[in-house]
Design a protein around this ligand. Structure first.
Ligand code: LMR
Length: 396
């Protein structure tokens, strides 16, 4: 039946992660997929989620369908976390939020709604991008394009190039942005740059879609949401996808949310209706288990404190590993500019290595990074960080 279809080339992230798994060497290093590892190499199950899961399971509730928009307590707690409970947009109830299947599910439902409402608009995505952004919005029927984002010379954002590209877009174009911890480069805008960008988006009547998959991994839970809160304050209408995969270490539970900031409460009702229709057409309604646990953690002061403590520890460990690589490389490879390790933030960084160097690292040293040169920092630990730096020094 499907003999005529083109074979799937595999995902550029999952494919290299699988190659790493298949490597029998004991000293191999996994810097591929965005997973947070503890210093002992394990992926944590957080104490707060574990307690919440047990508490929820003990209630022995029947597993009836959730509404299409998901759990009420989860949706409300998400708004508070993403926007802040004192934000005008939250207090005046002009945000429509639904529970989604991870951040990816939020992007898909948001893309479907955008394409329905603005069938002639195209999507603009940072260059380089998380490859799946092009795939997801393409799958919604939206044509995707690139705007300039990364400057390899400064290892930071090509802000002038970005503004110049966005400045030329037709009204109602969609613009995909990362509020913090840009994937794949780790290069983020400053708050002053966000303010300038927000003014441009508003003046040009563009439609922003903010994808926040790493809240808490950059500077802090509130700091990382700066762009979202400032944008809502400036009066823009836009979409936000947020994910709990990383900051709850809850990857397989597929917990995320889609929020649409609207003009007023009446528009929220209309938007929520449309979102429900797209959820119904896509997968009917979300699962309950992970969402119920997250809702408990976010609404119980003690569990929240425990979770916040863990997020802080995860962020601190990433920071420590960034510093350690930088120190080692300054000593081992003084001709190689490793400042990006301390200039960039979050889970990922761009090493700037060539494909030839990347393949040598894989074959000779068992060090696995993506073909683009992106590394996922939490794969580094106090045990392997020097080995990583030595391996890298050997190929540059
Ligand atoms: C990544 O970029 O490695 C993560 O977001 C995992 C994924 O789904 O690609």
């Amino acid at each position: 039946m499907f003999e005529h279809v083109a074979p799937y080339a595999g995902d550029p992230i999952f494919r290299v992660a699988a190659q790493y798994q298949a490597d029998p060497r004991e000293n191999k290093v996994n810097l591929t997929i965005g997973l947070y590892f503890e210093d002992d190499g394990s992926v944590p199950l957080l104490a707060a989620t574990q307690a919440a899961e047990q508490r929820w399971a003990a209630q022995k509730l029947s597993r009836v369908y959730l509404p299409m928009e998901g759990l009420e307590s989860y949706r409300n707690a998400t708004q508070k976390l993403v926007f802040g409970d004192q934000h005008e947009a939250y207090l005046s109830q002009r945000i429509a939020t639904i529970q989604t299947l991870g951040g990816t599910g939020a992007l898909k439902v948001g893309g479907d709604l955008l394409h329905e409402a603005y069938p002639n608009s195209q999507m603009w995505i940072s260059d380089p991008a998380w490859d799946n952004h092009h795939a997801i919005f393409g799958g919604c029927g939206i044509k995707t394009n690139k705007y300039r984002y990364f400057d390899p010379q400064t290892q930071g954002v090509d802000f002038n190039g970005m503004l110049a590209d966005l400045n030329h877009l037709p009204e109602d174009s969609f613009v995909l942005l990362h509020p913090c911890c840009h994937n794949p480069t780790g290069a983020d805008l400053s708050t002053a740059q966000w303010d300038e960008l927000i003014a441009l988006l508003q003046a040009k009547k563009l439609i922003p879609f903010l994808d926040m998959a790493y809240q808490g991994f950059g500077k802090g839970l509130d700091e990382d949401a700066y762009a979202i809160r400032a944008m809502a304050e400036a009066g823009l209408e836009f979409l936000v996808a947020n994910s709990y995969s990383k900051n709850f270490s809850y990857y397989a539970e597929r917990c995320g949310a889609l929020s649409v900031v609207c003009k007023d409460k009446a528009e929220v009702d209309l938007t929520l209706g449309k979102l429900k229709a797209w959820v119904r057409k896509n997968y009917s309604n979300p699962p309950i288990h992970g969402g119920a646990a997250i809702a408990l953690v976010l609404t119980d002061p003690e569990l929240f404190q425990s979770w916040e403590h863990d997020v802080t520890a995860m962020r601190a460990r990433i920071h420590t590993m960034r510093q350690a690589v930088h120190q080692h490389l300054t000593r081992l490879a003084p001709h190689y500019d490793a400042d990006y390790m301390i200039k960039q933030q979050g889970m990922f960084s761009y090493t700037g290595l060539s494909l030839e160097q990347i393949l040598r690292l894989r074959e000779e040293f068992g060090v696995y990074m993506l073909d683009s040169g992106r590394i996922s920092i939490p794969g580094l630990t106090t045990k392997n960080v020097e080995y990583y730096a030595k391996s890298l020094a050997a190929v540059v």
